[in-house]
Design a binder for this molecule. Structure first.
Ligand code: SF4
Length: 342
């Protein structure tokens, strides 16, 4: 919901200020999917808003649930221009829900193993299009009568958050505003492929929000080959940005490492990763997540489970916190790197 537009509309149509609060409570806090569900406002206003102020800036094309029920993926068609985006609701533990949201249609970063990267960048999402994905999941949980807490948002869907930073930063303000969505800052995580200026600004402006780095390669040669971002911001520039972040915030940084068979999972890759992470310093504030690659049906294959375990043991021997993250939603193409707007 475009909150600024709603407020302007109500003011221009001479409604008292308390109506804005009633509508925001109904739509954003209570998850009402239609104005008719907000019983505190008159029927005439319900009808007027239904006609003039859309609650969601997209149509829901499809919703698919994974076989284990731990992930739900929604395909959404934007009202403005008709592009498709995807968002995923994940249950990392029973009774806990987390939304993975998109910030761009497609992505310009071109990571070779990512379905979104194959699309190229179509356009940035507006602040409203970003926050409305969260609103959509609130409505969904209410409609499906799914109990549990929904207090985590991860910017890990389609797009690179720091390439649409103004709108992403505004969306963080709205999601954490106590009078609006009221998420805790600590319940939000922003994931970047390594856009250095964005990391520095994030360190200055969002000290309580979690940061995740999609590292995936610990040598410049390989990282440049598979992640073009590395040509602009190499591993040394990235290390310096992470050190800047840690000098400002004593918050844990999550380092994501997808494991691609024969490409970045050799003992030498493990040694390089341990060496790189150690060189950042503040080891107690760094945490590596190893993720078996989620196939998009192209040239890359997930590493064997044994290889992933051996990789983890190298990190553990170096006393680097490291977990193997279980993928959810891969059977509905809703896991990391699989979102392609279809
Ligand atoms: S991994 Fe992230 S940054 Fe890279 S192409 Fe995919 S969406 Fe963009």
């Amino acid at each position: 919901m475009d909150i600024a537009y709603l407020s302007r509309y109500l003011t221009e149509h001479k409604y008292p200020a308390f109506r804005t609060k009633q509508i925001i409570k109904g739509v954003i806090q209570d998850g009402c999917a239609t104005y008719a569900e907000i019983t505190t406002i008159p029927r005439a206003l319900q009808e007027e808003l239904t006609r003039d102020v859309p609650i969601l800036p997209f149509a829901v094309v499809s919703v698919h649930t994974s076989h284990d029920g731990q992930a739900v993926k929604a395909l959404l068609q934007l009202t403005d221009g008709g592009h498709m985006i995807e968002t995923v609701l994940i249950s990392p533990k029973p009774g806990m829900w987390s939304a993975c949201i998109s910030c761009q249609v497609g992505c310009a970063m071109g990571c070779a193993f990512c379905a979104t990267g194959k699309l190229g960048l179509k356009r940035n999402l507006t602040t409203d299009e970003i926050t409305s994905q969260v609103l959509f999941w609130r409505q969904y949980l209410k409609k499906q009568q799914i109990a549990g807490t929904f207090d985590n948002i991860v910017y890990m869907g389609m797009g690179e958050p720091f390439m649409n930073w103004k709108n992403v930063r505004e969306s963080i303000s709205i999601l954490t505003d106590k009078t609006l969505f009221s998420f805790s800052n600590r319940g939000l995580s922003v994931s970047t492929s390594g856009v250095v200026p964005g990391i520095k600004d994030f360190a200055d402006t969002c000290p309580q929000v979690n940061l995740a780095i999609s590292l995936h390669f610990a040598s410049d040669e390989k990282r440049t080959m598979y992640m073009p971002v590395n040509t602009g911001y190499d591993l040394s520039a990235l290390r310096e940005a992470l050190q800047y972040y840690l000098s400002k915030n004593k918050r844990k940084i999550f380092i994501e490492y997808i494991m691609l068979k024969g490409i970045n999972d050799t003992p030498e890759d493990a040694r390089l990763l341990a060496q790189y992470v150690s060189s950042i310093g503040h080891m107690q504030l760094l945490h590596i997540n190893l993720i078996r690659y989620n196939s998009i049906g192209e040239n890359f294959i997930p590493s064997d489970r044994d290889t992933v375990k051996k990789f983890q043991s190298v990190m553990q021997k170096m006393h680097i916190p490291c977990t193997i993250r279980k993928s959810v939603g891969d059977d509905i193409s809703g896991a990391c790197g699989q979102l392609a707007g279809k």
